[in-house]
Design a protein around this ligand. Sequence first.
Ligand code: 4NP
Length: 157
Amino acid sequence: MAQQNASVLFVCLGNICRSPSAEAVFKHKAKQRQLDLHIDSAGTMGYHTGCPPDERSQQVGEARGYDFSGLACRRVSAEDFEIFDYIVAMDHQNLENLKEACPAPLHHKLHLLMSFADLEEDIVPDPYYGGKKGFEYVLDLIEEASDGLISHIQGRS
Ligand code: 4NP
């Protein structure tokens, strides 16, 4: 049965490139499908706390129609493990860091985003030190996996 009012937290390292992009894409797709979901993002480190998403993420994302307004970087908190149904990591390091911080009975909430896509790539690679192409690739992967995650939440896979 479809899960109503599910909540999803996307997590990367800095919460300025990948996870805010996933938040923007997922909010867009949820709205298109008229799904009432609580969607947020956070980082495993807090260096950029309070900052808006990276300019490059905003540029490539807005060109595809995604809305980044109002997003501000924050660090994952202990409360997040209680509040969210799905805590979705971009790469293996993010997932390991989450496992260390998350109480064992809640580990079932932790996932790799790319586990919801039928692609060779199993992570969303960090684009921070690369060029625009890397940011486009991040969006390609997020868009594909978001469709899979929505189907999963809706109980269709
Ligand atoms: P993100 O990318 O984890 O996708 O937000 C990064 C952003 C900042 C840094 C590393 C990765 N940093 O080292 O500042």
